[in-house]
Design a protein around this ligand. Structure first.
Ligand code: GTP
Ligand code: MG
Length: 192
């Protein structure tokens, strides 16, 4: 099935988030891990979400509507040390408030770079996610940069750790793993 994904709005204060009550799935991960590329891949178009060469550019919540039925929300990338401290604190607060209070948020897709697995900032995110009571899906990005042997090692390790249903390797270059991500999204959006 073809999906229509369109940019809806940029939000820098929670008060400005959409009020219609449509369900949301957000996308979380370090700067440069491939959040915007994933949205473009889901959209089947390179033009929907901005993919930057400069990390840390997406410093707000970006809402994208999917088939006018639910939203995908691109979160600011964390772990970007070069952003000014006050800015980092402000965005930290925005994201924390969003994750902790947003009623229409039904699930989160957590991205890791498949070449490194969970690293520093990811570890605290993983710890926090254990305390979160909504659905989480784990995606290992840039799988095209790994050998078949490396991919198989990652699958064995993380399918075991997170459960086969809840994790996939993914490449925005080849589209590998995209069907598994859609499957999870449909499961979560339908269920709630
Ligand atoms: P921020 O918005 O800064 O937090 O980054 P982001 O997580 O949105 O990352 P983005 O999608 O902008 O991708 C960062 C860089 O990684 C870009 O140069 C992409 O082309 C590249 N990239 C993303 N996904 C893949 C992938 O699956 N394979 C390869 N080879 N490169 C990728
Ligand atoms: Mg981005």
């Amino acid at each position: 099935m073809k999906h229509t994904i369109a940019f809806s709005r940029t939000v820098t204060r929670l008060d400005d988030a959409p009020r219609g009550g449509m369900q949301e799935i957000c996308i979380s991960g370090r700067s440069n891990v491939g959040k915007s590329s994933l949205i473009n891949c889901l959209a089947g178009s390179k033009k929907v979400a901005r993919v930057s060469q400069t990390p840390g550019k997406t410093q707000a919540l970006n809402f994208y509507s999917v088939d006018d039925a639910f939203y995908l929300v691109d979160l600011p990338g964390y772990g970007y040390a070069r952003a000014p401290k006050t800015e980092r604190e402000q965005f930290g607060k925005l994201v924390d408030g969003y994750l902790e209070t947003r009623k229409s948020l039904v699930g989160l897709i957590q991205l890791f770079d498949a070449r490194h697995g969970p690293v520093s900032g990811d570890v605290s995110m993983l710890e926090w996610l254990k305390t979160w009571d909504k659905a989480v899906f784990y995606v290992f990005t840039k799988a095209d940069k790994l050998s078949a042997q490396q991919r198989s090692t990652i699958e064995k390790q993380f399918y075991g750790e997170f459960g086969v249903e809840n994790v996939t390797l993914f490449s925005a270059r080849t589209g590998a793993g995209l069907d598994r991500i859609w499957k999870w999204i449909h499961r979560v959006v339908r269920k709630t």
